[in-house]
Design a protein around this ligand. Structure first.
Ligand code: SF4
Length: 449
């Protein structure tokens, strides 16, 4: 947990020598607490104080990375319980579980389907983070299954096996191609063998235990054994209990219980009897503190809302989600279709785009760069004015693309009409509805305007 300025001050020499550029050690401590200066700016900090300050500056939840072929899934480094307090940083990794008892061709087909899946969301390309391969029936085919999956899709992996000897075989295959998987399945009985593997190969390991005090103790022992990157599974496979445990564990981690300061792993499919409930369990895991989420099936209908939910939770609440400025086709517009302009605030974009789409009349939606603000806010701030709108029209080559020269502006900025016509000679500027919900009615009369 971060130290206060007064706590830092007590660790400084307190000689007020001014060499750091500040008149007193207290002033320097306050700047250090605000992360506006570096500790090295004071040349007189003792080694003991330096160690204490370094320890205190560690994030309460360790950052754990799973990687393969340059792709990474990272979890941890979180500092708050609730997003509105500051922000959440590292999106929980979504992994799809495959089993080693399936034919190689089936494994390859599933791995390929997951690896090939991409979906565009507010201008971003979203993907599944990786795959989980689980050993079954003694794990005789585990290494072969891991190889088949990695040969098809070199993605970040979670390897799942109860037996450390089985895990060793699969892990060897993964390490041969440079993958750094998370190894899962250690318990109070088996953690030493898994820790030895994790240490030997430099990979993170997960530990499963139902009782949190025992889990904390096991994590401490694993760290003592030389493994720094640990992932925790509290063992609850019941939605309300899992929610309570995950919330409690986050609170304890932020309260500086270092033994629980690691990312959590969740298996939503194991928490529900009805497979149709799996997305709900997964959504709970994404929203409430899981760092790695292992899904039991791959379906675009399930994955897309989870990816979108994750994006919405793991963004900075002080920075609005924006869409890329540019020209968007809504439906299949032609050179005669209406042209609308709006700002790049994502909620505004989706409100307008959805209403154009719902009108049944395809259109062009020109999104001007208004620094992510809504129409009225951007206009008041001078970020959505005639110059910017005209610039967007010109940059997107609309005079060449369209048969007409008509641009519909939001009704809230009707005052811009004259200025835009000055900036865009030859164009007719039409004042559209104030609210997006009125666009379908407006499209019916657009042709006569
Ligand atoms: Fe205090 Fe160090 Fe700054 Fe000197 S250089 S005033 S000892 S913080």
């Amino acid at each position: 947990m971060a130290l206060s300025g007064m706590q830092i001050y007590k660790l400084l020499p307190r000689t007020n020598c001014k060499e750091c550029g500040y008149p007193t050690c207290l002033a320097f401590a306050m700047k250090l607490a605000a992360k506006q200066v570096e500790l090295d700016d004071c040349p007189y900090v003792s080694e003991e104080s330096r160690a204490q300050l370094a320890e205190a500056s560690q994030p309460p939840i360790r950052l754990v990375t799973v990687s393969a072929d340059g792709r990474e899934a990272q979890a941890g480094n979180e500092t708050v319980m609730f997003r509105h307090e500051k922000r959440f940083y590292n999106k929980p990794g979504l992994f799809v579980r495959l089993y080693d008892d399936q034919p190689v061709e089936a494994l390859e087909a599933q791995a390929k389907e997951v690896a090939d899946y991409t979906v565009e969301y507010v201008g971003m390309e979203l993907k599944v983070d990786g795959l989980a391969v689980e050993a079954t029936d003694g794990g005789a085919q585990f290494a072969e299954a891991v190889k088949a999956v990695l040969d098809t899709a070199l993605l970040p992996l979670v390897l799942i096996a109860e037996d450390a000897a089985v895990m060793a075989e699969g892990l060897k295959v993964a390490r041969e191609v440079g993958a750094k998987p998370l190894i899962y399945g250690a318990t109070a009985e088996t953690w030493q063998d898994f820790a030895a593997l994790a240490k030997e190969h430099g990979v993170p390991m997960a530990i499963r235990e139902e009782y949190l005090d025992v889990l904390a103790s096991l994590a401490a022992q694993i760290k003592e054994a030389g493994v720094d990157d640990i992932v925790l599974d509290h063992g609850a496979r019941d939605l309300p209990v899992a929610l309570a445990k995950q919330t409690h564990m986050r609170r304890l981690a932020l309260g500086n219980v270092r033994e629980l300061g690691y990312p959590l792993i969740a298996f939503p499919g194991e928490s529900v009897d009805d497979p149709e409930m799996m997305p709900i369990a997964a959504a709970q895991a994404v929203a409430k503190y899981a760092g790695f989420v292992v899904l039991d099936e791959f379906s675009p209908a399930t994955i897309y809302p989870l990816l979108a939910l994750r994006e919405n939770i793991y963004t900075d609440p002080q920075t609005p989600i924006q869409v890329q400025p540019g020209l968007y086709e809504i439906g299949e517009p032609t050179a005669d279709s209406p042209l609308y302009v709006t700002t790049n605030f994502s909620i505004t974009y989706f409100a307008v785009a959805n209403e154009i789409s719902g009108s049944g009349i395809p259109g062009w939606l020109l999104v001007a760069d208004a620094e992510g603000m809504s129409v009225l806010t951007a206009w008041a701030a001078g970020k959505f004015d005639a110059v910017r709108i005209a610039k967007a029209v010109k940059e997107n080559g609309l005079a060449d693309k369209l048969n007409h020269r008509k641009l519909v502006i939001p009704g809230h900025v009707s005052v811009l009409l004259g200025e835009i016509e000055e900036e865009l000679p030859g164009w007719k500027i039409l004042v559209g509805p104030r609210e997006a919900v009125d666009i379908p009615g407006y499209t019916k009369v657009w042709g006569s305007l």
